[in-house]
Design a protein around this ligand. Structure first.
Ligand code: ATP
Ligand code: MG
Length: 392
C-alpha cells in the first residue's frame, strides 16, 4: 500500500545558507543505502523535504531497515498516494488508509492538509474540516483532538496527493560526508567499532586502520576486523581499511623495552602510524575506542603518553562511557556478536603481567630511545607494505 517515504530531518534543517549541501549529502547517502535493496527508487528533494518514491515493487521492511541506518534522518514517514480524482475519491482513500494502518480505532486525530499547488479547489482549512467529518462518520470511536492527537494525518496536495501519519524514528545525526573525514583505529574489540559509529553519526566519513601481527594474530582475527568494518559501513558508506603489518615493530619493542611498558609504547607507535596514514588520506583526526580507566593503557596518565605522539585531534567518543553502556550501543548497531568472537587481537598476545598504570612520559620517551637503531626503518616498511581493503 505504501508507495513512498517522506524523510524528515531535524538538525540539518537549521544550517542556514549551507542547508542545501546537507540536503544533497543526505540524498546521496539515501541513494547509496538503497542500492542494496530490491527495487528502483527515485530520491529527490522538493520544497525543503526529501522524498523516496518507489518506481517498482519493493520490500517495505527492508527499505525501512536501510533508511534507519542513514545518519541525518530524524523520521521516516511511509506515504500512500491518492490520484487527484475529486474529493469523494480522496475521502475514500483516507478512510481506507486509517482503517488499515490503525486496527484499533480508539484514538484521537487531527487532519493537517497542505496545498503545495494552489489550484486545488478546496483550501487547506476546508479539507481539514471535510476530511475530519468523513472520518468521524466512518469511525464513530474516533474523536478529534487538535492539540495532542494520537494520529496527525497529513494530506499534502501536490501533483498527486500524499497521505501519511506515521513517523518511524531514524538514527538522527548528520549526513556522512558533511563533517570531513577521520581515521578510526579499528581493532577486533567491542569499543572501536562503536567509536567509529558515533563519530560517523556526526557526519564524519570514516577511514580505518587495523594493526595486524601475524602469526601472533590469526587470519581469522583479521577477517573479524573486516567483518566489523562491513557492519559499520552500513551506516558510514564504504570504508577504506588499511591493514598494517605490525609484527616486526611489536617484536622489536618486546626485545628492547621494559615489559610493563610494552602496551604503552606499542600504542604510541600505532598512533604515530595512524596519524601518518590520516595525513596521507586527508583525514582531519583520529578516532579510538578508549574510555578512562577501562584498562591500564587507558588511565589518564597512560592517555597522556599515547596522546603525546599525535598532533591531529584524537576523538575518543567513549571516553566517559561505562563498558555496559558501550555494549548497549554495540548491540543496537549490530557489532557486538562479531566483536565477542574469541580470536585474539594483537594486544592480548604481548600483554605484560603487570602493565604500568601510571606511566611517566619522560621515562617512556627514554626507553623508546632503545629503539632508535631500527625503528624508523621498521615503521617505513610497515607503511610501505600497508594492505588496503575497500569494505562495503
Ligand atoms: P577495543 O574494544 O576497541 O579493542 P580495547 O578495550 O580492547 O578496545 P585497547 O586494546 O586498549 O582497548 O585499545 C584501545 C584502542 O586502541 C582501541 O579502541 C582501538 O581504537 C585502538 N586499537 C587497539 N588495538 C588495535 C589494533 N590492533 N588495531 C587498530 N587499533 C587498535
Ligand atoms: Mg582491543
Amino acid at each position: 500500500m505504501f508507495k513512498a517515504f517522506l524523510i524528515k530531518y531535524a538538525e540539518i534543517g537549521i544550517k542556514g545558507k549551507n542547508r542545501h549541501l546537507f540536503e544533497d549529502a543526505l540524498v546521496h547517502q539515501i541513494k547509496f543505502s538503497l542500492k542494496k535493496c530490491e527495487g528502483r527508487f527515485y530520491v529527490h528533494k522538493t520544497q525543503g523535504r526529501i522524498f523516496v518514491e518507489a518506481e517498482s515493487e519493493f520490500d517495505f521492511d527492508e527499505v525501512v531497515a536501510r533508511l534507519k541506518q542513514v545518519f541525518g534522518i530524524w523520521g521516516i514517514c511511509p506515504v500512500v498516494y491518492a490520484e487527484d480524482e475529486g474529493f469523494e475519491k480522496l475521502a475514500e482513500t483516507v478512510v481506507n488508509y486509517i482503517d488499515r494502518v490503525y486496527p484499533d480505532k480508539n484514538k484521537t486525530f487531527k487532519v493537517q492538509a497542505r496545498r503545495a499547488r494552489k489550484d486545488y479547489p478546496k483550501e487547506s482549512m476546508e479539507i481539514n474540516a471535510d476530511l475530519g467529518e468523513v472520518l468521524l462518520n466512518a469511525f464513530p470511536e474516533m474523536t478529534v483532538d487538535v492539540h495532542e492527537p494520537d494520529i496527525l494525518l497529513n494530506v499534502e496536495i501536490r501533483e498527486k496527493i500524499y497521505i501519511y501519519s506515521e513517523i518511524i524514528p531514524g538514527p538522527g545525526g548528520m549526513p556522512v560526508g558533511t563533517g570531513g573525514k577521520a581515521m578510526l583505529l579499528l581493532s577486533g574489540g567491542i569499543d572501536s567499532p562503536v567509536a567509529g559509529y558515533m563519530i560517523a553519526k556526526r557526519g564524519v566519513k570514516i577511514d580505518a586502520v587495523y594493526f595486524h601481527a601475524p602469526p601472533y594474530t590469526s587470519d581469522r582475527a583479521k577477517q573479524k576486523v573486516v567483518d566489523l568494518a562491513r557492519i559499520v559501513s552500513r551506516y558510514t558508506g564504504p570504508i577504506y581499511l588499511h591493514v598494517i603489518n605490525f609484527t616486526d615493530i611489536q617484536l622489536y619493542i618486546h626485545e628492547k623495552c621494559p615489559h610493563e611498558e610494552l602496551t604503552i609504547i606499542m600504542r604510541r607507535y600505532m598512533m604515530r602510524i595512524a596519524e601518518h596514514l590520516a595525513r596521507e588520506n586527508d583525514c582531519l583526526g583520529l578516532i579510538t575506542g578508549e574510555s578512562i580507566g577501562q584498562v591500564a593503557s587507558q588511565t589518564m596518565a597512560s592517555l597522556v603518553c599515547t596522546n603525546e605522539v599525535c598532533e591531529l585531534p584524537v576523538y575518543r567518543p567513549l571516553i566517559g562511557f561505562d563498558k555496559q553502556e558501550i555494549v548497549e550501543v554495540a548491540e543496537k548497531i549490530g557489532t557486538f556478536e562479531t566483536s565477542i568472537l574469541p580470536f585474539e587481537d594483537c594486544c592480548t598476545i604481548f600483554v605484560a603481567k603487570h602493565p604500568v598504570t601510571k606511566p611517566n612520559l619522560k621515562i617512556i620517551r627514554r626507553h623508546e630511545q632503545n629503539l632508535s637503531e631500527k625503528i624508523d626503518e621498521l615503521v617505513k616498511t610497515a607503511l610501505e607494505t600497508n594492505e588496503l581493503i575497500i569494505v562495503e
